[in-house]
Design a protein around this ligand. Structure first.
Ligand code: HT7
Ligand code: ZN
Length: 857
């Protein structure tokens, strides 16, 4: 069934108050729900409660059992006259049979919930839609030995023990959440958990008790998450004026989780990979990710919880804005330039291909079959870029006035993307009428930029044009508003010739004239990646090399180097060879520049990924791209070997410290190690192996392992075995072991990955494991696209098996198979055959069916 945005209707009944009573048990949990309902629509409309999989054991209205209820599909329909009633239902559910990890489920002996988007209906009958906001009171009763800790949303209430004749001691706890919330924000946790406690005093003086709850054995790895939480709380007060509103804020980490984390009111539930960190088991990248996700979920307390979404088509209202907020937070913790580079790399790796493929959809979609399939890079990352563009157009003061107005006006309600944009418009006076097209039109705009200079007259002319490509269901597009930050530099002197300008390109084409340009200008455009577009410019290799050395915008400097590398790699892939000199000189200059910090240098000297090179080609040839990239990489490595050694030898101090400076130095050192290995230097494997053995932290150990895993030195198998044995039993760390092998550049990767799928530590039941092997393999362009189709067959087999357990996770791993249009006829036919095989599986989930069938169209 297709759900359409245009069909939105307000709910016929509201539920201002809910009381839930859980008799918790992994095998059979009883749920009694008491709903105070009030009519919101026309007389005669029955109450419709969503369910999924259960049967009602009893239904009462105002305390009297009724038998005129009926089931329509999965909905419980209760005929009701009048304006207000109390409706009670009772159901029984089985958390330990819940492999989908939606609703109430068991993870390693802990009972926990995941309700977004439509998981609450798997717990009890309820109008499971985000525009029904209720005050919840929750009582949980459970075996005190198995489940000594009982947590739910809001603030804690009464507790007690009871003797109901059942074996063991049973206890109960009540929680009350004073803030009306939609059902997707409901949460409870019951388990044997230890807590790392902290406290935070808000700017108005409210003392908040913080708790990070994990298994006892993991307690020592929770300090970083707790610190990140406190930092986030202070940041949101300072930057957005947002203060926390309950007396407690709890986070629970579980091992089995479909996503990164969940922002349930006052009780966030996290995938343990975004909580647990110590230097021995977590990389710098993991530390960054933990801080970013802790911040993201915390920020949702305002952008998501206090103001939620009217319907799921508005998902980017909370997700795009919250990603924008967490990006700002992370930028403030270290190098803002490097953070921007990382965010743009993520956007290009995940969102641009989505926007160019069969699953392309607008930031505010018009239709879906399964909402879980719309937690995408478009909703999250492109959604954040939309907010960023508006912030750029408004400037910081007006943008803050707009967000203040939004938080103030819509607090306690379920709002729309339009409400948000209208607040920015009202507070700033900036007309965003045409900008709104960004919410409705899918596809990545392409901007062509051509700069000419009449040497004598001193006039430079910049010709800009935009084109928004057709996407499924949207053949014709209107021009967008593209905020392009640009500046001209003098090719001879290296000096800026103009101030930076913000050009709003809102027509199909525009011409900008610069007077008194006395030397040949070089164009720096889309500085800071001010618009999420693809720029096609006619800048020469020499001009790009010039910008990579002279541009005063660090992102533009990085971008110029990337473009130079990309042009070289594309030429290499198409023609079989290319001139590497410009890239080599530019990289050498960057490595030699004493004013650049190590983190930036590490980003700038890395080659674009094979996938990104593929995105530039009319037909992706994975083998040619691999060869071209290896050739350039090898040449860069050999010709600059002395410099890589120098960079490698500038080792950061031990012991490990997680700080922006140390992180940057480790990154550069490990990039240098990769180049030394690519140079073919006789001692490279020994160097990597020594680093592997001596490292006092996971960043260096994993980098060394990855370097070895890409090669065929004898140290490779020794290191793999040592890593495996050292971390046996630690699933999160073994994920790195699976991932390194799934991403390996070796010829035998496809076969090795197939063998790893039968490894005793691998299981499709855990989403982290599935993503680390199957997900990473799908991202390995060369191995996945092996010409005989073995990679496609393997992925399809895994997805069909995974779909029976966890449809959401299966559907998320499908997109690499849907990119068949981008490949040669032989590969395309093999990919389509696997998609057709998936679609034909009897009993396939709606999740996987939607993704696979759309990919075939
Ligand atoms: N808002 C959360 C989304 C989420 C989710 C969605 C579908 C299935 C499972 C899920 N777990 C969490 C996470 C976030 O964006 O903060
Ligand atoms: Zn979010």
């Amino acid at each position: 069934m297709v759900i359409r945005r245009e069909d939105y209707r307000p709910p016929a009944w509201l539920v201002p108050e809910v009381r839930l009573d859980f008799d918790l048990d992994a095998a059979a949990t009883r749920v009694r729900a008491r709903l105070s309902v009030t009519r919101n629509g026309a007389d005669g409309e029955p109450l419709r409660l969503d369910g999924a999989g259960q049967v009602p054991l009893s239904v009462t209205v105002d305390g009297v059992a009724i038998d005129d209820w009926r089931l329509e599909g999965e909905q419980l329909v209760v005929p009701l006259a009048g304006a207000a009633h109390v409706v009670e239902t009772e159901v029984e559910i089985a958390p330990d049979h819940n492999t989908q990890l939606m609703g109430l489920y068991a993870s390693g002996g802990i009972l926990c919930t995941q309700c977004e988007a439509e998981g609450f209906r798997r717990i009890t009958y309820f109008p499971d839609r985000p525009d029904v906001l209720s005050r919840y009171t929750v009582r949980m009763t459970a075996d005190a030995a198995r489940y000594p800790v009982l947590l739910a949303n809001g603030d804690p209430g009464a507790t007690g023990t009871l003797d109901d004749g059942r074996p063991g001691i049973r206890h109960w706890a009540e929680w009350h959440d004073p803030f009306p919330k939609p059902s997707y924000l409901f949460a409870l946790v019951a388990g044997d958990l230890a807590v790392n406690r902290g406290s935070f005093t808000t700017r108005s003086g409210r003392a908040v008790e913080l708790g990070i709850w994990v298994r006892e054995a993991d307690l020592a790895r929770t300090d970083h998450a707790l610190d990140a939480l406190k930092t986030s709380m202070a940041w949101d007060e300072r930057v957005y004026g947002r203060e926390y509103d309950l007396d407690v804020f709890n986070i629970v980490a579980v091992d089995d989780f479909n996503f990164g984390a969940m922002e349930n009111k006052g009780l966030n539930i996290f995938n343990s990979r975004y909580i647990l960190a110590d230097p021995d088991t977590a990389t710098d990248y993991d530390y960054d990710g933990i801080a970013a996700v802790v911040a993201h979920e915390y920020f949702h307390n305002w952008s998501g919880n206090r103001i939620t979404c009217r319907d799921w088509f508005q998902l980017s209202l909370k997700e795009g804005f919250t990603v924008y907020r967490d990006q700002g937070f992370s930028a403030d913790q270290g190098s803002a330039a490097v953070k921007r580079i990382e965010d743009v790399r993520t956007l290009r790796a995940a969102q641009f291909p989505e926007d160019a493929g069969p699953l392309a959809h607008p930031v505010r979609p018009d239709a879906y079959q399964e909402i879980s399939n719309f937690y995408t890079a478009t909703i999250y990352n492109k959604g954040a870029e939309l907010i960023r563009m508006m912030a750029t157009m408004l400037g910081p003061v007006a943008f803050r006035a707009g967000t203040d107005l939004y938080f103030d006006r819509f607090d306690g309600t379920a709002a729309t993307c339009e409400d948000f944009v209208a607040c920015l418009e009202e507070a700033s006076g900036v007309d965003l009428t045409q900008f709104r097209r960004w919410y409705g039109q899918a596809g990545t705009p392409r901007v062509s930029a051509s700069l000419s200079h009449g040497a004598g007259g001193g006039r430079a002319t910049l010709r800009l044009a935009q084109r928004v490509p057709a996407t499924p269901g949207q053949p014709d597009k209107q021009p967008m508003v593209l905020p392009l930050r640009l500046r001209l530099f003098g090719a001879e002197t290296g000096r800026p010739l103009t101030d930076e300008q913000l050009v709003l390109l809102d027509q199909p084409a525009a011409t900008i004239v610069f007077e008194a340009v006395t030397e040949r200008p070089v164009l720096s455009i889309n500085r800071g990646f001010s618009a999420p577009v693809i720029v096609e410019s006619d800048r020469s290799a020499a001009d790009l090399a010039f910008l990579s050395a002279h541009d005063d915008d660090p992102f533009a400097r990085y971008e110029a180097m990337q473009q130079l590398m990309l042009d070289t790699l594309v030429a290499g892939a198409i023609e079989g060879s290319a001139d590497y000199d410009a890239v080599i000189d530019a990289v050498a200059n960057t490595l030699d520049d004493p004013d650049l910090d190590a983190a930036f240098v590490a980003e700038a000297v890395m080659l674009p990924s094979e996938a990104f090179v593929g995105d530039q080609l009319a037909v992706v040839d994975p083998d040619a791209i691999f060869r071209a990239r290896e050739a350039l990489r090898g040449d860069l490595a050999r010709r600059l070997e002395a410099r890589w050694r120098l960079a490698y030898d500038r080792a950061p101090a031990v012991p490990y410290v997680y700080s922006p400076d140390q992180k940057g130095r480790r990154r550069l050192r490990n990039v240098a190690l990769g180049y030394l290995a690519a140079s073919g230097a006789g001692d490279a494997a020994a160097l990597a192996f020594a680093q592997f053995g001596a490292a006092d932290n996971m960043t260096d150990r994993q980098a060394a392992l990855t370097t070895l895993v890409n090669g065929d030195a004898p140290e490779r198998d020794v290191a793999l075995a040592a890593f495996h044995d050292r971390y046996a039993g630690n699933g999160l760390v073994l994920d790195k072991w699976f991932q390194a092998q799934a991403l390996s550049a070796r010829d035998d990767t496809t076969d090795r990955v197939a063998a790893l799928a039968t490894h005793p530590a691998f299981t499709l039941a855990n989403p982290n494991r599935a993503r680390s092997l199957i997900g990473a393999f799908g991202a390995n362009q060369r191995a996945f696209h092996r010409a005989d189709g073995a990679g496609y067959r393997f992925l399809a087999d895994q997805l069909i098996a995974l779909d029976r357990l966890n449809p959401q996770t299966a559907a998320k791993l499908l997109p690499p198979l849907g990119r068949w249009r981008r490949f040669d006829a032989g590969r395309a036919a093999l990919m389509r055959a696997e998609l057709a095989r998936i679609v034909a599986v009897p009993g396939l989930s709606r999740d996987l069916f939607e993704q696979a069938s759309k990919s075939l169209e």
